[in-house]
Write a protein of this length. Structure first.
Lengths: 214, 267
């Protein structure tokens, strides 16, 4: 099985995680959490209640990953997998392999979603997914980051069988459904991308015509 | 003055290169390294430093007073080495303060400014706040960053800063540690210091405030952090707020032991 985001990595994460916690014990307690929350309350006074709820307050998964420094212990790993595999939304037409050209545009754009007074995005600006910030993809694009693994030739090995397509769709929709506390944004779960856009990103990775596989 | 004008021209050329590169070609990094060497002798931030020096010693505000008696932690009027030991706890305000918040305190206490007037336009290029911080920081050039965070209030801010550094939230699940928690990482081609380690923090923190070649302006650490938080798609924290100060306690503590080279030169 070539997809390293499947089970194997989770068990590595477990070992590393437990070793890390034993070594440093660097896990917050409730008192510190309360202080941090107060500091944030006093610091983000310009945020609207809606911004608080969607951008500062943590969901359960974010809270675990912060507290355990992205290396959760086994029972938390299980809990995150359970929460993350609960709901996937799919495109209404059922097509999980979209348009690779649109996927390429999404992968190249880091725009959208900036708020505040200093340099906000204009309202309604289309959000990019900025896959290139973290991944190498098409060989021709040299300006690629390395926070995540190279995805060049991603569609070449397992091709684009329906099973592969669904797995990769789910990975982009919610990376933590396979790898608890992955640093990769949960693009579909957080509604940063629509299901149709996730399908376009899948096509960019798996479509044989996509430059990722040339 | 003549040599300064030349320096600014050089900087403008770099700016041109950066602005047109768009994709952050590797050559841009190389160019910056070269110009960094060239500009070391005459960093364009010196203009802002001079402006800050003048602001420091010119009577202003309702009290028509200067800032020369400002206590940055080493006693009234002592500038040398003060920036390298910030943030620290100040009994008179009962707060842990960084250079920026402490200078604003002095503007209020000595000159009689309201807080609102003291920070007006703080993020505009060449603002009073940036000039004053640049001047104050330069007075510690060559001093060793030393923020042990031993006072109980400093220790608390250090723990808060560390928690904040790893705190993930928002629509992209980002924390500072997403981008600054591992060695040898890049976003696109921009190199990301690992600020959780001594070495990474020292490499970075020794260079701030910094002249940003891509923007042609000096940025203070508050400005830098508030922009990273913007990239995280969080709302803006308030200027001078404890969130921004706590993160600096954490990073300055990690960086302690390195010689301050401010003002630095950054992309």
């Amino acid at each position: 099985m070539r997809y390293s985001f499947l089970a194997g990595i989770v068990s590595i994460g477990l070992v590393v995680g437990s070793a890390y916690l034993l070594a440093t014990g660097a896990v917050a307690d409730d008192a510190l959490d309360a202080t941090v929350n107060k500091v944030m309350r006093d610091s983000f006074t310009g945020a609207s209640p809606e911004q608080w709820a969607s951008r500062i307050e943590q969901d359960e998964v974010q809270a675990y990953c912060s507290r355990f420094r992205n290396s959760p212990p086994p029972e938390i790993v299980e809990r995150i997998l359970e929460l993350s595999n609960k709901e996937f939304r799919y495109p209404l037409d059922g097509k999980l392999l979209g348009d690779w050209r649109k996927g390429e545009k999404l992968a190249s754009s880091g725009r959208g979603g900036h708020i505040g007074t200093i340099r906000p995005d204009p309202p309604g600006r289309k959000r990019g997914a900025n896959c290139y910030a973290c991944h190498a993809l098409a060989r021709s694009e040299l300006s690629a980051g390395n926070l995540g693994p190279s995805l060049t030739d991603y569609g070449k090995q397992d091709g684009n069988s329906p099973a592969t397509i669904k797995l990769v769709y789910q990975k982009i929709y919610n990376a933590q459904a396979f790898y608890p506390c992955s640093q990769m944004p949960r693009f579909g779960h957080n509604q940063w991308l629509t299901p149709e856009e996730v399908a376009d990103a899948v096509a960019f990775l798996l479509d044989p015509h996509s430059p990722v596989n040339q | 003055m003549r040599s300064r004008a030349v320096v600014l021209c050089v900087a403008a050329v770099v700016l041109g290169i950066c602005a047109s590169a768009g994709g952050y070609a590797q050559t841009t990094m190389d160019e910056i390294m070269r110009y960094r060497e060239m500009l070391k002798e005459a960093n364009p931030a010196e203009l802002l430093e001079l402006e800050g020096e003048e602001l420091w010693a010119t009577p202003a505000g309702p009290n028509n007073a200067t800032l020369e008696a400002c206590d940055l932690g080493l006693g009234p009027g002592v500038l040398k080495g003060a920036y390298a030991r910030l943030p620290r706890y100040f009994p008179d305000t009962d707060k842990v303060q960084d250079a920026e918040s402490r200078i604003v305190t002095c503007m209020m206490q000595l000159q009689g400014f309201t807080r609102k007037d003291a920070i007006r336009g703080w993020h505009k290029p060449g603002s009073k706040n940036e000039a004053l911080v640049t001047f104050v920081a330069t007075q510690s050039r060559g001093d060793v960053i030393d923020v042990p965070a031993t006072h109980p209030r400093e220790a608390e801010m250090h723990r808060v800063g560390q928690e904040l550094f790893y705190r993930r939230s928002g629509p992209l699940d980002f924390a500072c540690s997403t981008c600054h928690g591992l060695d040898d990482r890049r976003i696109r081609l921009q190199e990301l210091p690992n600020l959780s380690t001594k070495e990474g923090a020292q490499t970075s923190m020794s260079q701030w405030p910094a002249y940003r070649v891509s923007q042609g302006v000096v940025w203070t650490m508050q400005r830098r952090l508030i922009d990273c938080i913007r990239q995280m798609r969080w709302p803006e924290p308030e200027f001078l707020s404890d969130t921004v100060v706590a993160l600096q306690v954490y990073m300055q503590n990690n960086a302690s032991g390195v010689v301050l080279e401010a003002p630095g030169i950054k992309r």
